[in-house]
Design a protein around this ligand. Structure first.
Ligand SMILES: C[S@@+](CC[C@H](N)C(=O)[O-])C[C@H]1O[C@@H](n2cnc3c(N)ncnc32)[C@H](O)[C@@H]1O
Length: 261
């Protein structure tokens, strides 16, 4: 059952089916990104190691790229995704893999009862949500107390960005930074933002979560490095760097593990 505040959010709900555009393929986007795929999988497994869940959701899970990883930790996994195109691709992608239930739904209005789940995951979604708080509140609603929330997002405090701001004698913005391309702007494309990780941490705390762990991810994301360092070596280095670099927000991607208070 939705709470009063969720009802209010539903009235304001924006359509979130942007990934239905036939001119771009999210599945193809992953060609040549084996390092990023491996880095994210390593991070998830590191944070979920030794844990077992009954019911989990992959919110905005696209075609289920990482929903299948959740099946190693949860008895039941739902892929909650607003784009019909992604859900259609998921039918093929998930064929022959451990069962994942696919549902058309968006983060701000999830098809679960209060406290029904014990794990929620959100990967590469909130760069489309300049204000992720309604989504965080909804995730908090569907999780039971003590339930886990694993979130990955594009971090604007990463090392290269910090150098850039320091060189300009500017402070790192606390608000989301629009990183939409000129072409995207002309097309009136969906929002595309990088988040300040400390702001996200505050928004999560306000939505009823306490941080239990964090990792710095895709620390070696660089076309040049990919060319000169073999994939296996790059992933081993990444594995070793994720925890020591976590608190410095070194990499372009931050992963937080939280618990509902
Ligand atoms: C970059 S893809 C990431 C997909 C998947 N999490 C992954 O990592 O492969 C972004 C996804 O967010 C979904 N999305 C956008 N707005 C959303 C919202 N308000 N609620 C849930 N999902 C949303 C899109 O449909 C798309 O599948």
């Amino acid at each position: 059952m939705a709470t009063k505040s969720t009802n209010k959010q539903q009235k304001k709900l924006q359509k979130a089916d942007h990934y239905d555009d036939d001119s771009s393929s999210y599945l193809k986007y992953w060609d040549g990104r084996d390092y990023e795929q491996a880095s994210e999988e390593v991070a998830l497994r590191k944070l979920l190691k030794g844990k077992k869940f009954k019911k989990a959701v992959d919110v905005g899970g696209g075609y289920g790229r990482l929903s299948v990883v959740l099946r190693d930790y949860a008895d039941e996994v739902t892929l909650a995704e607003p784009s019909q195109q992604q859900l259609d691709i998921a039918k093929d992608f998930l064929k022959g893999k451990p069962k994942v239930i696919a549902k058309k739904a968006q983060a701000e209005n999830l098809p679960f009862k209060d406290g029904e789940l014990d794990l929620a995951m959100v990967i590469r979604v909130i760069h489309h949500l300049p204000n992720p708080v309604p989504a965080f509140e909804e995730i908090s609603r569907v999780l039971k107390p003590g339930g886990y929330f694993l979130i990955e997002f594009a971090n604007n405090a990463h090392f290269k960005n910090r150098l850039k701001y320091t060189a300009k004698l500017q402070r790192l913005p606390v608000d989301p930074v629009d990183i939409k391309t000129e072409a995207g702007r002309k097309k009136n494309d969906i929002p595309f933002v990088n988040h300040n990780p400390k702001t996200v941490k505050k928004q999560l705390a306000q939505s009823g979560f306490k941080l239990v762990d964090q990792l710095s991810v895709s620390n070696l994301r660089s076309q040049s490095l990919k060319k000169v360092i073999p994939h296996k070596t790059l992933v081993s280095l990444e594995k070793a760097m994720q925890r020591p670099l976590a608190k410095t927000y070194f990499g372009p991607s931050t992963v937080y593990l939280l618990q509902k208070v």
